[in-house]
Ligand binder design. Structure first.
Ligand code: A2P
Length: 263
């Protein structure tokens, strides 16, 4: 409990259910979900701690689907980051602050109907896709889903490899996801089966060759992009060059973007 502290009206106090450290720099946590907390898979919300009597909050994507009882989050640890330097030390049973108003554009509603859905991510930008790949609606709306995750090193892929591997045991998408989802991981600074930035892999056509699939086609392809600002801008340029136009909640389109949040 954040004893004796007045919580702002915009947050609720939740309890940490579990924490998993994937590498020295990456961890995930699961927290309680209030009954009143509604969101669409892929959205983000403010998450944080009371620090010196004040709330310290940052935006985090929900990494669990909208039907799940708990809420998962995936975070980088920034040594001098005001929040993550503290958040990385939370333990089961600790209190945590959760915003009341989830929002975001990496949602199925912001995309026009299509056949193939690409989810392109780097680093912690994979978090909203951890949510969407477990949502049955993803497979109701798209025949094929391709999730790409690019990180510097192989160890940084542990989280995505793990949640993709766990899909076969998922209570709702356990049958459909393994059939319809293709996971494509690449690294940029260490040897691995697939090497290179997602932008280079798209521009060279290598991604599509490796997948044995045709290149981007605005008629049937939809794309979700989540990574650093630079990754988003470079990927956006490629997707636009292929003829896709950006969508939003107000006006669905062929692709959507969200910045991966970090300290
Ligand atoms: P690289 O190693 O070539 O910089 P970061 O940890 O810096 O957020 O990077 C995560 C991954 O995103 C890395 O593999 C990195 O590749 C890649 N990346 C960084 N900038 C871009 C960009 N502008 N376009 C595509 N990928 C990028």
């Amino acid at each position: 409990m954040f004893d004796g502290m007045t919580l702002p009206k915009t947050v609720t106090e939740e309890t940490v259910l579990s924490v998993h450290h994937w590498t020295d720099e990456l961890f995930s946590l699961r927290v309680t979900r209030p009954m009143s907390f509604r969101f669409r898979s892929g959205e983000f919300v403010m998450l944080g701690l009371m620090v010196e009597g004040k709330p310290l909050l940052r935006a985090y994507s929900m990494a669990s689907p909208s039907w799940d009882d708990g809420l998962d989050f995936y975070s980088i640890k920034v040594a001098d980051g005001p929040l993550t330097s503290r958040l990385q030390h939370v333990k089961e049973g600790d209190s945590i602050l959760l915003g009341k108003k989830p929002t975001g554009t990496i949602v199925l509603d912001a995309l026009e109907p299509g056949r193939r859905l690409f989810m392109l991510s780097t680093g912690t930008g994979v978090a909203p896709f951890a949510s969407l790949v477990r949502d049955p609606e993803t497979y109701e709306r798209f025949d094929e889903v391709i999730l790409t995750h690019t990180c510097r090193n192989v160890a940084d892929l542990a989280y995505s490899r793990s949640f993709v591997e766990a899909l076969k045991d998922d209570p709702l998408v356990g049958e459909i996801a393994p059939e319809r989802l293709t996971y494509y991981a690449s690294t940029t600074r260490e040897d691995f089966a697939h090497k290179g930035r997602i932008t280079d892999l798209i521009a060279s056509g290598r991604l599509f060759e490796d997948l044995g699939q045709p290149p981007l086609d605005p008629a049937g392809d939809r794309v979700m992009i989540c990574g650093s600002m630079a990754m988003i801008n470079d990927t956006r340029a490629l997707v636009e060059a292929a003829g896709l136009t950006e969508g939003s909640n107000a006006s669905p389109g062929a692709y959507v973007v969200e910045k991966a949040f970090a300290d």
